[in-house]
Design a protein around this ligand. Structure first.
Ligand code: UDP
Length: 330
């Protein structure tokens, strides 16, 4: 059954970067939105502008508060589970927190949703493809993770467990759950505090530099506009045939990190130096990065007509304009 407009959506992690954009999108199309967030990496500022909406409410608490979670899930028609430990810097610095939050959190949400038979969307990540070189990554491809001694991979492994668990709930209990692996999603309100490259480069460029490129800068990523990604998330949750499946959501235009640094420097203007920093110094001894990360979006295109609509130049202009506005208001 396709959900009707005006449905009740619960977003865990709804005060985070992607969660707050999803809340905005769902409210704009007429849904009622409830957010639960412990503000560990999210921020009240992200949802400040939504507080006046009659169809919006928020609770600052942890999804580990079981009775509260049960109540909120009970009140919802669909649950978007976005609460997670994210950001390479955070993961490397706090691996225990990452593993526990991601595995236990998803387990609790799935269990609560299964009790009530609620529809669930689970946010996963392109990190699960790990060091695979089989680009573009297809959802049914092998996952290639590094050793457990390198904490970076704990994020991918914890999200892979989340996926296994969600699919198991679908298989054994018939839970209508859909999973999306989000690829480098960017836009206004994303913070650089936990390592994300675009907000960091933009902030560095606006301060006159240097822009810090890790490694040789030849590693590539595809950056997706957050508005495109949240539209994809909502469409997947709406599509009954998508239940029990995993989908990549992202953009397909590949750009090297060095080229990204140059593009941001040029768009901000002025003479902004770019400095290369070895990975060992940027993160930790023996840090492993992915060289290329490109999604195949054929499955999402077929299921929901998903396609990216905003290219990297436009994304950067919007992020830079937003960062300039924010620093003027500060
Ligand atoms: N990166 C960088 N400088 C920074 C932050 C990140 O060169 O200040 C690089 C990082 O090593 C990676 C890419 O930018 O190769 C994307 O990093 P991000 O953490 O945004 O996402 P990832 O794709 O690694 O999850």
């Amino acid at each position: 059954m396709t959900l009707k407009r005006g449905c009740r959506a619960l977003i865990t992690g709804g005060a985070g970067f992607i969660g707050s954009h999803l809340a905005e999108f769902l409210l704009a199309r007429g849904d009622r939105v409830s957010v639960i967030d412990d503000l560990s990496t999210g921020a009240i500022a992200n949802i400040e502008h939504l507080k006046t909406e009659a169809r919006f409410r928020y609770t600052i608490d942890s999804i580990f508060n079981e009775s509260l979670l049960a109540e909120q899930v009970d009140d919802a028609d669909v649950v978007f589970h976005l609460a997670a430990a994210v950001g390479v810097r955070l993961i490397v610095e706090k691996p225990t927190h990452t593993i526990e939050t991601n595995i236990r959190g998803t387990e609790m949400v799935l269990r609560a949703a299964a009790k009530k038979g609620r529809r669930v969307f689970v946010a996963s990540t392109s990190e699960v493809y790990g060091k695979s070189a089989a680009v573009p990554f297809r959802e049914d491809a092998d996952l290639v993770l590094g050793p457990t001694s390198k904490s970076r991979w704990s994020y991918a492994a914890s999200k892979a467990v989340d996926e296994f668990l969600a699919l198991a709930y679908h298989k054994e209990r018939g839970l209508p759950v859909v999973i999306a692996r989000l690829f480098n999603t960017v836009g206004p309100r994303q913070t650089g505090r936990y390592g994300m490259v675009i907000p960091r480069f933009v902030e560095q460029a606006l301060a006159g530099g240097p822009i810090t490129v890790f490694g040789d800068g030849r590693q590539t990523r595809c950056f997706a506009w957050v508005g495109d990604v949240v539209r994809g998330i909502a469409a997947l949750a709406d599509q009954p045939a998508a239940a029990g499946q995993v989908f990549n959501l992202g953009a397909t235009r590949e750009i090297s990190i060095l080229a990204l640094a140059r593009l941001i420097a040029a768009r901000v203007g002025g003479r902004i130096p770019i400095r290369k920093i070895p990975y060992d110094r940027a993160y930790e001894e023996g840090f492993e990065d992915m060289r290329r990360r490109v999604p195949s979006i054929a499955r999402a295109r077929k299921a929901i007509g998903y396609r990216p609509t905003v290219d990297i130049d436009e994304i950067l202009d919007r992020v830079i304009a937003h960062a300039r506005d924010a620093s003027r208001m500060a």
